[in-house]
Structures are given as C-alpha cells and as structure tokens.
Ligand binder design. Structure first.
Ligand SMILES: *Cc1c(COP(=O)(O)O)cnc(C)c1O
Length: 459
C-alpha cells in the first residue's frame, strides 16, 4: 500500500466510528485468572450483582463475546466528542532529530479532559437502563469523577463521588466541575461510612487513597436502595469500553497505510492502554504482527515493575472480590510528594496476564523526568498534557531517541490520555524546581505486600 503523508491531526468521519466494542479476552490464548470471593470460590456474575449493574456484571465475566454492540444511546454521546484525532508529532520529531515517526491518539477533548468519559458514558447508561436511582464511585485526581458526573447528569441519575482527600484539598476546581454536573462530592476518608469512620478513628489526618475511596463508595452502593457502584479503570468491562480508542486508531492507521512498531501507554489501572492496544495485541497474539507494547508507570507506584502477581483486594477496606493482578498490596499508599497521578495499587487483570505471559513490557519513570517530557511536548504540540499521559510521552521520547542512535525509522504510537489543566499545582512545582522524586525502597513495598490476602486453595 502506498503511504499517504499523515496530516498533523487525522479525524475519522462520524460515520466511520466503530459501533461495537472489542473484547480482547475472546482472542487471548490463556485467560486472566477468574475473580474470587474471599473464601476462595470463583465469583459468578450473580455474586457481583449487589455491587454492579447486571449488564456490566455480564461484561465483566464475559470471556467469549468478541464484539459487543455499543448501545445507540451511548453512540449518541460518543458522537459529540468522538472520533478522537490520531495526531502525528512532526514538530516533536524534528526537535528530537529522530527518524522515528511519532503518533499519538488524543483523548482529552471533552470536559473531563481524559479518555475516562468513554467508559463513564457506558456505565451510566447501563445504570439508567436498569432503572437505578443512582451510582457511587471514587475519584483520585478527579478525571473519573468528572467524566462520570457528566455521564450521570446526561442520563438523569444521581451520583455520589468519594474523592481522595489530598486531591479534594489540592484540586478544588475539579470539585467545581463535578458539582456543575450536579454530583455530590465527599472527601475520603469521611464520616459517612463505616469504613471511613474506622480509618479516621485510627488516623484522623489520613489523606486518603483510591483504595479507601473505593471501599466507601462500595459500602454506600450496597447499603442504599437503587444504587450501584461503578469503577473507572482496572475492570474488564472498562477495558472493553476503552477499546473504542484502539479500534479508531487501527482504522486511522489503515487509512495511512501504517502500523505501529511500538505501542506505548501510561498505566494506572490499565484501562487506556488496554483499550488502545486491544486490536494490535490481537494481531500479536495471532502471530500476524509483532509490535512491542510498553506500559509506563510512575517509579513511586510501580505495580507492574515491582509488584507481585497475586490475588488481592481491589480496595483498602478489603470489601471487593479478589482479582489476580500485579499489585503493591491494597494497603499501599504512594508517597505524599507524588503529583503525577497513576496512584492505584493494582493493575488490570487482563494486562497483568499479558505482561506475565510476556506479551508486554513495563518501565517506570521518575516524575521529574515525566514533567520534563510534558514540558517539551506542550511547547511543540500545543497541548498541555495530563501528568499521567506524560509518562507515555516520556517513554515515546526515549524510544525515539534510541531510533536516532540506531537510525531506525520506527513507527511509535502512544496514548495521549488527557489534558493537564487541573494539574497546574504540579506544573508549578516542576517549573519552580520544587518537584522531587521518591522511589519506595523494597522495605517500603514489603509493608503492604506482606499483607496480601491468603486465599483458601491458592498458594
Ligand atoms: C485515569 C487516567 C489515567 C490512568 O488510568 P488507566 O486506567 O491506567 O488508563 C491516565 N491518564 C489520564 C488522563 C487519566 O485521567
């Protein structure tokens, strides 16, 4: 195929947007280990009905259906802000002096400023469809809470957001956006739940964690009539919804006659990378192509590169079923100086399995290096990246610089998951030279790893 010269920003037409999500599990040679109940029994779809909407519980457990129709109501909102552009970073390439071609898929073009709206819309729709009154969730940096507030308001259901206290205090403007969409925002740990009260009794100054906020949100969901819980990453259903990113990218690359040699994504809970890479990972599993896939995580929260592949709770309160994943332990809390997002203790079971089986690589980056990349990218590409996204940028730049040394013109693709306009405190810190790096010692990590649950029947 002859190669078109890629435009700086390639937009698919509205009519070209995929109308089905792709479920990578249907093509995996070996499936992720199943979710377990704390007694060691395999969790069934029915077991998780108290927590999740029925259709989402089904998607969570469905390892067979390859393509899932996107409901029309969801497509209607997708069309307001999608398809998202596949961009070519010509200016960055020139600045780096690399023969590599650098592409990125930009997901920041909506109020939440991130890819999270792709799953928020789907989850809010299924809740509405089931006749629920409301949903609860947690948010760390605030993108998920914002995305879900937008989606819940659109479908006319209530939303309670437990926001990690340190973010609640550091990012008051996020709260303002969520409240604009009529969400109720509560700083976590809070005195509104048993879990929160217990944590505060032990440590009144506890600054919160995603794991704790999840425990609070789950508690409220299972004890309030007509409410369910929704989660913005990690889960199989979220990776399914995020496959829209990869499917659009695949289509755009087909138009250009291109295919990535390297696919890079930042990894918090793994949803954006899982979505971006889905069709390329399918090709790789089927032996058709062999792109390198790289997950990039913060050095201060290194679940893939330094965690353990084990069954663990998805929350600090140890109330959720157990997932087999790379984890730092549900009790892990990143150091207070960590500003760059991606703070979750575990990793998507799908990505964990692929990483374990050698289909994926992982690297970790220190946050000052990440912000250095963010700054260069902003100056060249007219987008102020989210700190999370900047982990992927860092890695893409490093790979492009390697190409400069070897003279190879590789095609590099990374996910630019969002914008950083709510992360200006972190940018200020970096610009003032006040940002520091903290890499946990093995002893630090051992504290939470030593508390991994012992599951009956599992070594
Ligand atoms: C939440 C978030 C991430 C990380 O979440 P994943 O589930 O790992 O994708 C990355 N970038 C942005 C902008 C986010 O909001």
């Amino acid at each position: 195929m002859t190669e078109l010269k890629a435009p700086h920003r390639l937009y698919l037409h509205e009519g070209e947007m995929p109308t089905q999500w792709y479920n990578l599990r249907a093509d995996m040679k070996e499936l992720p280990d199943p979710m377990l109940l704390p007694n060691g029994q395999v969790a069934t779809e029915e077991d998780i009905y108290p927590v999740f909407c029925k259709k989402l519980a089904h998607q969570e457990m469905d390892n067979e259906t390859r393509f899932v129709d996107i409901p029309d109501e969801v497509l209607d909102i997708y069309k307001v802000y999608r398809p998202s552009p596949l961009c070519r970073a010509y200016d960055l390439e020139k600045t780096l002096g690399t023969p590599a071609k650098i592409y990125y898929k930009f997901e920041g073009n909506n109020t939440s400023g991130s890819h999270k709206l792709n799953s928020a819309v789907a989850q809010a729709y299924y809740a509405k469809d089931e006749g629920l009154k409301g949903i609860t969730t947690e948010t760390g940096a605030g993108q998920w809470g914002t995305a879900l507030a937008e989606a819940a308001q659109y479908f006319g259901i209530d939303l309670i957001v437990y926001m990690v206290k340190v973010s609640y205090e550091q990012k008051p403007f996020r709260k303002a956006v969520m409240e604009t969409f009529d969400a109720r925002v509560i700083a976590s740990p809070s005195d509104t739940t048993n879990v929160g009260r217990a944590i505060l009794a032990e440590d009144p100054d506890n600054s919160g964690s995603l794991g704790t906020a999840i425990s609070e949100a789950v508690e409220v969901a299972v004890t309030t009539e007509g409410y369910r819980y929704v989660l913005g990453s990690v889960l199989n259903q979220v990776l399914l919804h995020q496959s829209i990113i990869g499917l659009e990218t695949e289509l755009a690359f087909q138009k250009l006659g291109e295919y990535p040699d390297i696919v890079i994504g930042c990894a918090g809970g793994g949803s954006n990378l899982g979505g971006l890479v889905a069709p390329f990972m399918r090709d790789k599993i089927q032996g058709k192509t062999n792109p390198r896939v790289i997950a990039v995580e913060p050095a201060s929260c290194p679940s893939l590169t330094r965690g353990r592949y084990a069954y663990d709770f998805c929350d600090t309160g140890k109330t959720t079923p157990l997932a087999k994943m790379y984890t730092l332990g549900a009790g892990f809390k990143p150091s207070a100086n960590h500003a760059g997002g991606l703070r979750y203790h575990g990793m998507s079971p799908i990505l964990s399995k692929l990483y374990h089986d050698g289909y994926m690589e992982a690297v970790s980056c220190e946050q000052t290096k990440v912000f250095e990349a963010a700054k260069l990218f902003a100056q060249r590409e007219t987008i102020l990246p989210a700190p999370e996204s900047a982990h992927a940028i860092r890695c893409a730049i490093d790979e492009a610089l390697k190409c400069k040394e070897t003279g190879e013109a590789k095609t590099i693709l990374f996910g630019l998951t969002g914008t950083g306009y709510f992360d200006l405190m972190a940018y200020t810190q970096y610009n003032d030279g006040a940002m520091t790096d903290y890499i946990p010692t093995d002893e630090d990590l051992a504290k939470s790893l030593d508390e991994l649950p012992v599951v009956p029947g599992i070594e």
